[in-house]
Write a protein that binds this ligand. Structure first.
Ligand code: HH2
Length: 259
């Protein structure tokens, strides 16, 4: 899954693709690099980010989704916490709703059920405004896995078919470095819950600590973690740098990995 952020303030590429033409050109680059899915978002959810109004979010993402859906064969997901934005995006040709707030809004569940869209439910502790203020868990892996099962059950109870649901531990969303690491190291158990798993670790801050250099470019670390996740059976990797991740996965597989 390649990231198309149409925002002025995303943590790693904010402002680069705010204009629809720039976002479209970026999406075409990701497609040329072999991306399987494009995730379009109009609201940053980085720690401390301010909320965006529905009208503003629509104005950012809709021109991009309309043009992408008309031009490309690659499926599009809409990264939003707002049911109104999700519904408009699906009408315009997106096929998947990526809700980092775990579809806790009943209106969002209703949109998923009614439109027949695919859905990604993610775990987040708190909200982007406050989530990195001392997050705490009794057992992060058990808590996150139980939450994702509970959200999946809520969607199924509302009429969403099981095959359309994907689950995501929410790396960096209300988690310390240790929490992120525990979740990454236990993705095999998450996969064994029986739904496709999506992980979005790309360029995130914890990677600097992971490689012992907080100032490093995080591309190589992103690629390394992607290989570890693929080896554990994670099906969807949400990344900024599609080409190096895809090439590393191919090379990994051809040299005996993912056996
Ligand atoms: N992470 C971000 C945004 N959306 N969606 C899912 N399912 N999983 C994630 O881990 C995830 C996500 C944050 O990354 P990014 O889009 O690059 O930054 P920003 O939120 O600042 O736009």
């Amino acid at each position: 899954m390649g990231i198309v952020n149409v925002t002025p303030d995303s943590f790693s590429d904010g402002g680069r693709f705010l204009d629809a033409d720039a976002a479209l050109a970026h999406a075409r680059t990701l497609v040329a690099a072999g991306v399987d899915l494009l995730d379009v978002g109009g609201e940053s959810t980085r720690p401390g980010a301010a909320q965006v109004s529905e009208n503003e979010e629509l104005a950012r993402v809709m021109p991009v989704i309309r043009r992408l859906a008309g031009e490309l064969d690659v499926p599009i997901s809409i990264d939003t916490r707002k049911a109104g934005v999700a519904e408009a995006a699906i009408e315009a040709g997106a096929e998947i709703i990526n809700d980092v707030s775990g579809c806790v809004d009943p209106k969002m569940i209703e949109v998923v059920a009614r439109t027949g869209a695919g859905v990604c439910v993610m775990h987040m502790q708190g909200t982007p405004e406050t989530m990195q203020q001392e997050p705490q868990y009794s057992d992060v892996v058990a808590v996150v896995h139980a939450y994702l099962c509970e959200r999946r059950d809520a969607l199924i109870a509302a009429g969403v078919s099981r095959e359309r649901i994907c689950i995501d531990p929410g790396i960096g969303f209300g988690k310390t470095y240790e929490h992120n690491l525990a979740l990454l190291q236990n993705c095999r158990a998450l996969v064994s819950l029986g739904s496709p798993v999506l992980v979005g670790h790309s360029r995130k801050r914890f990677l600097g600590k992971l490689i012992g250099d907080e100032n490093a470019d995080r591309t190589a670390a992103t690629v390394g973690v992607a290989l570890g996740l693929a080896e554990q059976g994670v099906q969807v990797l949400r990344v900024h740098d599609v080409r190096p991740v895809r090439e590393a996965l191919l090379a990994f597989e051809k040299s005996g990995g993912l056996a």
